[in-house]
Design a binder for this molecule. Structure first.
Ligand code: SAH
Length: 254
C-alpha cells in the first residue's frame, strides 16, 4: 500500500472559512501533523493520532509525516490559511525532492484554504482589486538584501503588496526596515492596512497612511497590505472605511 498524504489549509481561523473538502479530508485522516495551535482547531476524533510540533520545525514535521504515510497510513498535515502560501505544501515538496524514492509514489493531495491576505482584504473592501504581489518578510530562508530588492521592484512597478511574516521574536527590526524602504517609492498618503488575527476572537483591522505607519503595530499574527498609487480610502458616515485599489491605471509613474 502506498499511503496517502493530504496537505490541508484550515483558513485564517474562523471555522466558517474551512472548506467542505478540508472537513472531509480531516475526518478520514488516521494521523494529523501540524503546529499545535492549528491542530487545536481540528475537532478530536477517536482513533486519530495527533503529532504537534513547533512552528519552526517545518522540515522535520514534513519528513515525519512522509515517513508515516509511506508506512501505508492516511496522513493529513495542516497549515493555517492556504497550505501553499508560505507554508507546509512547499516544505513537503522540498522533502520529497531530496528524500526517499518511495515518497514520490505516495498519493498526495493539497487542499486549498483561504489565505490571510484574502481574509484581510475582504474585511476592508478590495485592496487587492488590481495587480498585487505577496512577499514574506522572513529572512530565515532568504537573505535580507533579496527582500529589499523585491520590495523595491514590487513597489517601483506599482504592485499592491501583501506582506506576510512582518515580525517575529527572532526578527524584530525587519518590518520597520521594510516600511522605510517602501517610503522611498510611495507617496506618504499611501493606505496601509493592518489585519491582525483575522477570523479569530481577537481580530483587529485598521488603516493608516504610509507616513503615519508605526512598525510596532504589527506582530506575528498580522498581515499588512501596502497600497499602490491606485489604492484609495472611501470614508463612510458611521461605518468603517472601504479601502480599494482601482482597476483603472491612468499613467505609468516614474
Ligand atoms: N499559510 C498561511 C501563511 C503562513 S505565514 C496563509 O495562507 O495565510 C504566517 C503569516 O501569515 C503571519 O505572520 C501573518 O502575516 C499571516 N497570517 C496568518 N494567519 C493570519 C490571520 N488570521 N490574520 C492575519 N494574518 C495572518
Amino acid at each position: 500500500m502506498s499511503g496517502h498524504l493530504a496537505i490541508v489549509g484550515l483558513g485564517p481561523g474562523d471555522a466558517r472559512y474551512l472548506t467542505a473538502e478540508a472537513v472531509e479530508v480531516l475526518a478520514v485522516a488516521q494521523a494529523l501533523y501540524g503546529y499545535g495551535p492549528y491542530l487545536d482547531r481540528v475537532p478530536i476524533r477517536p482513533g486519530q493520532s495527533r503529532h504537534a510540533s513547533d512552528n519552526r520545525e517545518e522540515r522535520a514535521r514534513a519528513a515525519a509525516a512522509l515517513v508515516h504515510a509511506a508506512q501505508g497510513a492516511r496522513v493529513a498535515v495542516v497549515s493555517g490559511g492556504d497550505p501553499g502560501v508560505f507554508a507546509m505544501a512547499a516544505a513537503i515538496c522540498e522533502e520529497i525532492e531530496s528524500g526517499a524514492e518511495s515518497w514520490r509514489a505516495l498519493d498526495i493531495t493539497v487542499v486549498p484554504g483561504i489565505t490571510a491576505m484574502l481574509a484581510v482584504a475582504a474585511r476592508i473592501g478590495a485592496p487587492l482589486g488590481h495587480d498585487f504581489c505577496a512577499l514574506s518578510l522572513s529572512d530565515n530562508l532568504k537573505p535580507w538584501e533579496l527582500i529589499e530588492r523585491r520590495l523595491d521592484a514590487a513597489a517601483g512597478a506599482g504592485f499592491v503588496l501583501a506582506l506576510y511574516n512582518p515580525v517575529s521574536r527572532a526578527r524584530p527590526w525587519q518590518f520597520a526596515a521594510a516600511i522605510d524602504r517602501l517610503r522611498r517609492h510611495l507617496p506618504p498618503s499611501t493606505p496601509v492596512v493592518f489585519g491582525r488575527a483575522v477570523g479569530r476572537p481577537d481580530e483587529q483591522v485598521s488603516v493608516v497612511t504610509l507616513d503615519a505607519t508605526d512598525a510596532t503595530q504589527a506582530d506575528m499574527a498580522t498581515l499588512v497590505i501596502v497600497g499602490s498609487r491606485e489604492t484609495r480610502v472611501i470614508e463612510r458616515p458611521g461605518g468603517s472605511p472601504l479601502v480599494y485599489t482601482s482597476r483603472a491605471v491612468a499613467e505609468v509613474s516614474a
